[in-house]
Design a protein around this ligand. Sequence first.
Ligand code: ADP
Ligand code: MG
Length: 140
Amino acid sequence: MAIERTFSIIKPDATARNLTGAVNAIIEKAGLRIVAQKRILMTRAQAETFYAVHKARPFFGELVDFMISGPVVVQVLEGEGAILKYRDVMGATDPSKAADGTIRKAHAKSIGENSVHGSDAADTAAIEIAQFFSGNEIVG
Ligand code: ADP
Ligand code: MG
């Protein structure tokens, strides 16, 4: 399998509970390498652009409000099959359906406040990485 890069966000519910290190430990234990990382406060415009695909969904407003409610940690993760691997490591969107050992099973509070984001495909990974990182900020 090819070495890929995926985009990750440690969401405000997790940073608020001081879980950045706990989440990163699960990521690294799964064999994914954190090749870029920064803690930011997203603007409303950034969050709306980032989640534009969900604009028509009933939870869109709540999702944007949540994502700008506190600091997030944006990351680029690298590894073999990183995109699908990170989706597995994150667990299901709804933590009550997430498998044991996943980040969301261990830490997520609800389907909305679910601790992490991960890209769902190669094209979205490239777009999401480019939204938050320039090439020289990613060191593999
Ligand atoms: P994922 O983050 O697992 O890829 P989606 O792309 O479907 O999930 O949704 C994006 C984010 O929107 C979720 O991670 C979650 O924060 C929020 N969300 C999804 N579904 C709901 C819902 N039914 N109610 C509230 N928030 C939701
Ligand atoms: Mg998604």
